[in-house]
Ligand binder design. Structure first.
Ligand code: FAD
Ligand code: NAP
Length: 305
């Protein structure tokens, strides 16, 4: 019987596991992939306090290191559903059942798809969702980045070190990205913009992407431009399928919590990007994790009294 099982080892989950482990609770950290979550998809983090800049995978390793010292059990697996049996929660994975007094949900978010013809056909054959993973395969090519948020603009900047040029296509005429990131993109000679426009179709031959059909949403004009790769950064969807039956999410699937990270279900907490939340960052994920790690300690202490 665990005191708490943390689901997801991104920055939120690793911090919650650290705080709960340091409080001498019996903690399991369940992760279906590699530790670090979305941080693994970025080469350059410069808004996490304490570091001028650090790569995502390096920061993930730093966060993971202390967990062993505090006795956190690492379990590889995917949460399928949670069953409640009185005060006990059963964590059902694909091949295991874990029993616990509390659960901390930290499954984060996943990149959204564009949903246009050709996206699926050319996935991994010119269409990518991770510049850090795939950028180096596109040396000397003309690349298209779709989106206007922090991810699109920051990853476009990253791609300029490999690409001949990077075009950002955005559906409005103003970026959503933070100003400091925008300024860098506007100053970069390799980056150009197509405003007020959306991708209609990604086209290619039997092997790879070759061109993209783009429509201007104001003039309705459609053009077909040559690109060797398309990087899609059009936002995030919550990873809440496995808890959809608990009734703790809003209409879009984000989990609703109070300031203590408590959901409407007693003993079930949610932290980080998976929460209904304005700012989805590593620093906020870590802050949420600290609160939840401490709150499960308070909850379990009260249970014992
Ligand atoms: P995540 O990082 O999404 O981690 C969730 C974890 O849960 C994952 O490891 C996943 O595999 C696991 N999981 C999901 N479902 C299950 C399941 N059913 N069972 C078991 N495990 C599961 N933020 C910054 O502050 N600065 C930056 O510079 C920055 N750059 C970014 C660049 C990119 C390209 C992206 C995509 C994001 C960036 N962010 C940045 C945002 C930041 O990475 C996220 O806000 C942060 O990682 C959220 O942490 P999290 O722990 O809530 O979730
Ligand atoms: P985001 O902020 O939600 O931005 C998504 C972008 O895609 C928006 O510009 C949006 O347009 C556009 N878009 C959405 N659906 C589209 C569609 N179907 N077709 C075309 N365009 C579409 O997502 P994100 O950039 O992935 O960032 C996610 C979170 O991670 C944010 O909280 C962000 O701050 C954080 N992050 C932080 C950093 C950093 O701090 N350095 C880096 C990366 C990510 P509109 O603008 O018109 O809505």
């Amino acid at each position: 019987m665990y005191d708490t099982v943390v689901i997801g080892a991104g920055p939120a989950g690793m911090t919650a596991a650290l705080y709960a482990g340091r409080s001498n609770l019996k903690v399991a950290l369940l992760e279906r992939g590699i530790y670090g979550g979305q941080m693994n998809n970025t080469a350059e983090i410069e808004n996490y306090p304490g570091y001028d800049h650090i790569s995502g995978p390096a920061l993930a390793e730093k966060m993971f290191e202390p967990l062993e010292k505090f006795g956190v059990d690492h379990i590889f697996g995917t949460l399928v559903r949670i069953e409640e049996d009185g005060p006990i929660k059963k964590i059902i994975t694909e091949d295991d059942v874990l029993e616990t007094k509390t659960v901390i949900l930290a499954m984060g978010a996943k990149h959204r798809l564009l949903g246009v013809p050709g996206e699926d056909t050319y996935n991994s054959r010119g269409v990518s969702y991770c510049a850090v993973c795939d950028g180096a395969f596109f040396r000397g090519q003309k690349l298209l980045v779709v989106g206007g948020g922090d991810s699109a603009v920051e990853e476009a900047l990253f791609l300029t070190q490999f690409a001949e040029s990077v075009t950002i296509v955005h559906r409005r005429d103003q970026l959503r990205a933070q100003k400091v990131i925008q300024d860098r993109a506007f100053a970069n000679e390799k980056i150009n913009f197509i405003w007020d426009s959306v991708v209609e179709e990604i086209k290619g031959d039997d092997l790879r992407v070759q061109s993209v059909r783009i429509k201007n949403v104001k003039t309705e004009e459609v053009s077909e431009l040559d690109f060797g790769g398309v990087f899609v950064y059009v936002g995030l969807d919550p990873m809440t399928d496995s808890v959809a039956d608990l009734g703790i999410t809003d209409e879009a699937g984000w989990i609703i919590t109070n300031e203590k990270m408590e959901t409407s279900k007693s003993g079930i907490y949610a932290i980080g990007d998976i929460r209904q939340n304005q700012l989805r960052q590593i620093a906020t994920a870590v802050g949420n994790g600290a609160v939840a790690g401490q709150e499960v300690y308070n909850y379990i202490t009260e249970l014992a009294e």
